[in-house]
Design a protein around this ligand. Sequence first.
Ligand code: PMP
Length: 380
Amino acid sequence: LAYLDYNATAPVRPEARQAALAAMSTVGNASSTHRSGRDAADRVDLARRQVADLLNCSHGEIVFTSGATEANNLALRAAFAAGGQLVTSAVEHPAVLETAKAITAELPQALTVLSVDVDGLVDLEALHEALAAGNVAVVSLMAANNETGVLTDLAPVVKAAHDAGALVHTDATQLVGRLPINLTETDVDLLSLSAHKFGGPQGVGALFVRRGAALPYRPLLFGGGQERGWRAGTLNVAGIAGAGAAAEAARHGMAAEVPRITRLRDSLENALVEQIGDCRVNGAVDRRLPGVSSITFHRAPADAILASMPDVAASDGSACSSGAPTPSHVLLAMGRSREDADSTVRFSLGYATTAEDIDRAVASTVRAVHHVRGTLASAT
Ligand code: PMP
């Protein structure tokens, strides 16, 4: 199987599996003061430093969660706790969009959803207008889009938001571990990540909370006060240890992986566009994650394409919403028709993708699209 669905989840890195298994093979609650407890706490400490190193922040700024969904919920609920305006974009992951809608349900005028252009880039003019209107509590814009890979230039967003007294949250789930991010330079207040996107286990993530950020204290989970009160509950030591080891491996591998994955993605994309024709690559091509290619194959529904190539794991829309009959809100926001959205396949590559995977994916996709187009043409 050519696994090209890293934006849904990445294979667990050997380092992460080993760290998680080692943690699971010992007993101890990270909150206990005896030796077993300290061993668990040491594993969590190490992982906290490893994740912080990947982001270039301090380990005291990391709150471990069950994933990016929880991190996004925690960030937005806390930042919006005192009211004001919440500004986000039309192409965010549902973990941000649905949270934003839920917490402003009683005050719909408190939510501003910025539009994007045909390339998927957020309308900065509209951001400035929303900030000028006053009283913005938080601006939440994703660092990289899960469907198209389009990157947000966070520096001007942070500057404008901070000038207006607003906090900045970024859902960096798809960026962390794939491209460098330096939180001493990128001055966001809150950042969400999920370990399984960069080779850690599923079900573990983190929220970065900048020290000194004017964030009202509002945990989602109350209880034993773990994670400095931000997230009560016995820590998932094995998952966290795996996340830390994956973060370290991703950090060490990145300088070599970024150009390698970019080359593989470009060769996949170029071959498909050349050999298939009547297709369109979605999103700002030179402002994308290295490993993502979203391609609309006109006159060929994506579900039929994927069903015709069982030896390739790719995605129609995002994994979180596939199976649901709704078209991609990301592509619709970029002005694509419903038909185009339904004819779009997302290939996403990562650290273990090989040239053989790409060769296989090209051959199978070319065959599948021609087959689907042929079947449709003969049916009409
Ligand atoms: N944000 C983005 C951009 C994502 O791609 C995902 C995963 N599809 C999430 C949030 C949610 O992550 P998790 O399912 O690990 O909570």
